[in-house]
Structure formats: C-alpha cells, structure tokens
Write a protein that binds this ligand. Sequence first.
Ligand code: SAM
Length: 243
Amino acid sequence: MARRFIVKDEDVSILDEKNIKINGPEVKHIQVLRHNVGENIIVNENVYKILSIGKDNIDLEYIEKAPLTGIPTSDITLYVAFLKSEKMDYLVQKAVEIGVKRIVPFFSKNVVVKLDEKARQKRKEKLQKVADEACKQCGRMDLVVVDDFLNFKELKESLKEGKVFFAYEASKDSLKKEIIDLKERKINNVGIIIGAEGGFTIQEAEELNSFKNVCCVSLGDRILRAETAAIKLLSIIIYEMEE
Ligand code: SAM
C-alpha cells in the first residue's frame, strides 16, 4: 500500500476539482523519502498521484479514497495521569499502536509534572504529533485524538459512560471477572484509568471507585510502572474485545 502522510487543513490548498497543493512539514518528509512525480501516496484519507514537487510544496491529483485499514472496532479511551516527558511520549505511541481511540492525560495529586498554560499547549501539540506519527507507522487510517488535559474533578465528570477499568495496585478485584461482564453485556465503550508514578491518594481512589460504572482492578501482585500497567491492561482488553 502507498505510504500515508498527515497534512493539516491549513497546509492544503484546493486547486480545482481533482487537484490540491500541500505545504508544511510533510512536504519535507515526502522529499526526504525520495518520492517521485507519478508515484501514488496517501494524504490523510485519500490516495493521490504526485504531479510536481517544488521546494516548499507539492501538487497532487486525487485518485480514490484510501482503504480503511487498521481501524479498531472497539472504542477505548485511555485516561492516564501525566507522566514524565519521554514516558508519556512512549505511552502515547504504544497506546495508538495497540488500538485506543482517544487519550486523555489528567493531573492528580501525585503527578510530578507541572505545566503552565503555554507549556500545556506545547505538550498537547507534541503528543498529538506522536499519535499522528504512530497512526502512520502502524497503518491506521483513522486518527487518535489527544484530548485537553483534565484536572481530577474534570476526570471524574468525564467518566459517566461505558465501562471504566481503574487499575489500582491495592485492589483485590479480579480483572477476569470484569472482562467476562464486559463481553456478556457487549459493551463497546471502554475507559481505562492509569495513575502517575506515585499512584493515587486513597481519597482519589475511593472517589473513582464510587462510580457505578467504574471497576477497580488489580493487574497482579507486582507493582508495574505506569506505562507497563497501561500497555498490559490495554492489550488484554483489546484482545478480548476484538478477538
Ligand atoms: N502507588 C504506587 C507506589 O508509589 O508505590 C505505584 C504507582 S504505579 C507505578 C503507577 C500506576 O500503574 C498505578 O497508579 C496504577 O494505575 C498502575 N498499576 C501499577 N501496578 C499495578 C497493579 N499491580 N495493579 C493495578 N494497577 C497497577
């Protein structure tokens, strides 16, 4: 299949019914990968033929809609406490590859990362870029959204729907039992909550556990790093939902 590039709306100019011109960072990327005039590439959701390659822009002719590959059938949102820089980037990349639909970073009491408004915006853009790159790399034809970062109160407010798995190392409840429930009730809308390096306070854990649709689950008697816990729980749930 042709290689996929993700170009922002503001970097696309419509030339006529069939042809577009693109500029921005993906132009450099297409050049570096030595694509030539006449070759087909995928831009966002469509296949285009390269008509001309300029210094800063590329003209393309629409061919057809690209095949919809790699799109998860399950609808999984990962709520993850804000981890330190490289760990967060790593987790976003892996979560996209495994098959989440949405990633929602949040701040709880034990999150050590502190970001002012400007830094938040910058981090959000960076994480979205990591997610876009991961979609391209693993052949997903949809996009994974990295949402606005939530505080703990906002996190609680957003947990109203579906079934939410709250990974908590002090839990004695069985993940297996909750997965059986998920499958029996054919629930497709799932949330996963993973805490920061320092975990949750007891009060936060009790608050999350008080929601009817939230189940508090153990991932075994070893304490996992947050990113390991997220990858383990996501992999198990997606495997069970999509088998
Ligand atoms: N509170 C812990 C501490 O400081 O000892 C560790 C937190 S752990 C590094 C980060 C997150 O991973 C936790 O908040 C939890 O969501 C998840 N986690 C790690 N090990 C887990 C386990 N055995 N069962 C369930 N969740 C786990």
